[in-house]
Ligand binder design. Structure first.
Ligand code: FEO
Length: 470
């Protein structure tokens, strides 16, 4: 990165690395850090220890000239799409080939870790960082932008996909401070082994002056962890929401272009990450809506130039509204359960209910999670294995319970050879759900006429229950 000037705190002499101190044998171009320790201030004679970084001089972002086939262009022209508004830049990393998040969540379209540079007249702030795996991408973007100094690293969230690069940045940008809340600070100390004096602690509603630009910190807990917060750039009306309103997609398009597609991505993201925190989200949306918002800039996926697009979608997803929809996650070993699930599917279809089966051996569980957002009913279908449900059905039930969807009714169907406790086992996995558990339909071997009648009764019951939804 660029060389920095230092000021003698005793006499005010400024050491400029471009000029060096030739009279003392320090050649032009020598960074202050590389001056021998026995060098002294040429004016007053104090040692290097009495010099401080000249921040006022060092913080200005200077556009770099970039050679292109059409000649020399300024950075702002070359990297136009990275600029949200003048002086506010995207410097994140697109992770095209990541296929799992937290070793759990499928990422069919990769993801991005969005970080943003905000240039004030006096100070430079970086909002969030990137997964440490992508640190070089962040450094390259900062370098192309000509960022020579960072005063503040705003940590909206301690999870390492946004914070993991902080140790590298503190090493590279001398004097930078991590600005965050007390809870996040403690987590960052635990997760990244940062030191106490790396931090500036802010409280809910505090502001930070960058010179002509103001950051306001709004605590938005539980979107995704308890320490999560949002940073509002007051003058430009940009909400930096980190995970909140994010979507897992790697794209080099700065802003949302295909609204339908981004809502699908954002719904998947909501389902997998935010859905368990519905009640918190409700409060946090109300809190953010007190501000005028021009852009929502999350730390995954593209930026929303029409904030209402994602806010309205979230309001629907977190509402108590469910659709006349049944999901049938199923697994079948010898076709009996598949036959049972297909029969129920046909009966529900005949009653005009949108019904979606998911073969748990092959399905993208992210797609299942998306449909869980507003399905009225889930019917788990499994054979009995070693006295209980098939492990894939157990996993589906466990995951469903963990995601805490607003599902109103749960059914349990399947086949068995000689007995077992599948229904009780699945019920015991659904303790977080406030759904009504319907009478299970467990069938010995292949379904006989009386078994099919029980499935018809189940379909009738679901149809009747769904009438109460409208
Ligand atoms: Fe994108 Fe909770 O981290």
């Amino acid at each position: 990165m660029g060389m920095k000037k230092y000021r003698c705190v005793v006499c005010g002499y400024i050491y400029d690395p471009a000029e060096g101190d030739p009279d003392s044998g320090i050649a032009p171009g020598t960074p202050f850090e590389e001056i021998p320790d026995d060098w002294v201030c040429p004016i007053c004679g104090v040692t290097k220890d009495d010099f401080e970084l000249l921040e006022d001089e060092a913080i200005k972002i200077t556009p770099k000239n970039i050679e292109t086939t059409s000649g020399t262009k300024e950075r702002s022209e070359e990297l136009e799409f990275n600029e949200i508004v003048p002086g506010v830049f995207y410097v994140g990393a697109e992770h095209w080939d990541r296929r799992l998040f937290d070793e759990l969540i499928p990422l069919p379209d990769g993801t991005s870790y969005n970080a943003y540079i905000i240039e004030g007249n006096d100070k430079i702030a970086l909002v969030d960082t990137v997964d440490p795996e992508m640190i070089e991408v962040l450094f390259n973007k900062l370098d192309r932008l000509g960022v020579e100094h960072i005063d503040y690293i705003i940590a909206n969230h301690a999870e390492q996909d946004h914070s993991g690069a902080i140790p590298y940045l503190l090493e590279e940008y001398e004097g930078a401070k991590v600005v965050t809340n007390a809870k996040c600070k403690n987590m960052l100390i635990d997760l990244l082994q940062l030191e106490d004096d790396n931090f500036i602690i802010i409280n809910d509603g505090d502001t930070l002056d960058l010179g002509g630009r103001t950051l306001k910190f709004i605590f938005t807990p539980w979107v995704h962890w308890p320490e999560t917060m949002t940073t509002y750039l007051v003058e430009d009306k940009i909400m930096f929401t980190c995970d909140f309103f994010g979507s897992h997609r790697a794209t080099n398009r700065l802003f949302v272009e295909d609204e339908h597609k981004v809502l699908e991505d954002a719904k998947r993201y909501y389902a997998e990450i935010m859905m368990p925190f519905r009640k918190h989200i409700q409060k946090n949306i109300q809190k953010l809506e007190q501000y005028e918002i021009r852009y929502i800039a999350p730390s995954h996926g593209p930026i929303y130039p029409k904030p209402d697009l994602i806010i309205d979608a979230y309001k629907d997803w977190i509402s108590d509204r469910v659709e006349n929809k049944v999901l049938i996650p199923y697994v079948s070993m010898h076709e009996s359960t598949k036959i049972i699930a297909e029969f129920l599917y046909e009966e529900l279809t005949a009653r005009g209910i949108k019904t979606i089966p998911f073969n748990l051996i092959e399905t993208d569980l992210g797609q299942y999670a998306i449909e869980l957002v507003d399905a009225a009913t889930v019917v788990f279908a499994s054979p009995m294995v070693l006295g209980g449900a098939h492990p894939q059905a157990v996993y589906a039930a466990y995951l469903t319970n963990a995601l805490r969807p607003k599902t109103k009714f749960v059914g349990i169907i399947g086949s068995y050879g000689w007995g077992g406790k599948m229904a009780d086992q699945i019920k015991s996995l659904l303790v977080n759900m406030r759904a009504e558990i319907l009478e299970p339909v467990l069938i010995k071997g292949l379904p006989k006429d009386e078994d099919l009648d029980r499935l018809i009764t189940l379909a009738d019951t679901i149809a009747e229950k769904h009438k109460s939804l409208t």
